[in-house]
Design a protein around this ligand. Structure first.
Ligand code: BQF
Length: 286
């Protein structure tokens, strides 16, 4: 039997409907959730991601502002902009769209965002809180992945989750969240020897390698749940995943598509974090 497709697009739409109602109630109580996105330079992919985030805010009634800055802005000037937003009580979420130009140190910028407004969940304080399993802003892509798995009641406890990729924004934190769910976690990466030895044992396989169609049926155990985090642009301009979907779907129990899989869930979790911040749940009080 071919795998059941987990539509991130449909689940995100359902969650956005719930969030729209929640925002409306908050508005009645005088609270207007607000997200400020900083976009530096004019990377076309970044621009399109920011446009999508703004649209999702509009759909759910979250106020949003996009601050567009020239790629020639200095690191110090950017840090000052962030500090002003940290001080602005009407701003609940601050997101700096990555990547940044070469001359700006990303970690300096991430460190400057108040952990209380860090709706991307990238600040070291929030990463630490995630590691200890304390309530905080979870990084959006890993949070979206866990939400998708839970939406289908896919067992995690005691199961073997194998992750391909160890980036700070996807691979590392998704492993941590799966560990928090009592999964047994294996990290694989570009230097891993005999990758298939690990992936063939995976009950849950997270593909975040950043290489189009890198994962094929030979990597998969029969009945595995396969989550495709890849966003690769093909020559024809279309998006495709890290998983050879047509081949793998015949062997897996669940599979996520690209587009319409993890991507829309990433955006939905950004909205969730922004609402959480507006509700004033101080993540430092967890
Ligand atoms: C979809 C991102 C790499 C580097 C920086 C929906 C998104 C993508 C795909 C999206 C991503 C990837 C984002 C789909 C945000 C996910 O329908 O499949 C939404 O907007 N993403 C980002 O902000 O920065 C990135 C990937």
């Amino acid at each position: 039997m071919p795998a059941e497709i987990i539509s991130g697009k449909d689940l995100a739409a359902e969650l956005k409907g719930q969030m729209k109602a929640e925002v409306s109630k908050l508005n009645d109580n005088g609270i207007s959730p607000q997200l400020t996105v900083i976009l530096v330079g004019n990377n076309p992919a970044s621009k399109s991601y920011v446009k999508g985030k703004k649209k999702a805010c509009n759909e759910t009634g979250i106020d949003s502002e996009v601050i567009e800055l020239s790629s020639s802005i200095t690191e110090n000037e950017l840090l000052q902009k962030i500090e002003a937003l940290n001080q602005n009580d009407s701003v609940h979420g601050i997101l700096v769209q990555l990547p940044l130009p070469e001359h700006i140190r990303e970690q300096k910028v991430i460190d400057a965002i108040s952990p209380d407004k860090d709706v991307d969940g990238f600040h070291p304080v929030n990463i630490g809180r995630m590691m200890t399993g304390t309530d905080t802003f979870l990084p959006c892509t890993p949070y979206g992945i866990i939400t998708m798995l839970k939406s289908k009641n896919i067992p995690l406890k005691g199961k073997h989750a194998v992750i391909i990729g160890r980036s700070n924004i996807v691979g590392k934190p998704v492993g941590q969240l799966l560990l928090n769910e009592d999964a047994t976690v294996t990290y694989c990466h570009s230097k891993t020897e005999n990758l298939k030895k690990y992936t063939q044992q995976a009950d849950i396989l997270i593909a975040a390698a950043g290489k189009a169609h890198f994962v094929n049926e030979g990597h998969i155990k029969e009945g595995a749940a396969v989550i495709d985090v890849g966003i690769n642009r093909m020559e024809n301009g279309k998006l495709t995943g890290d998983v050879d979907f047509e081949k793998v779907k015949e062997k897996a129990s669940y599979i996520t598509p690209v587009p319409g899989g993890v991507g829309p869930m990433t955006i939905a979790m950004l909205l969730k974090n922004t609402i959480k911040s507006a509700k004033g749940l101080d993540p430092l009080e967890g």
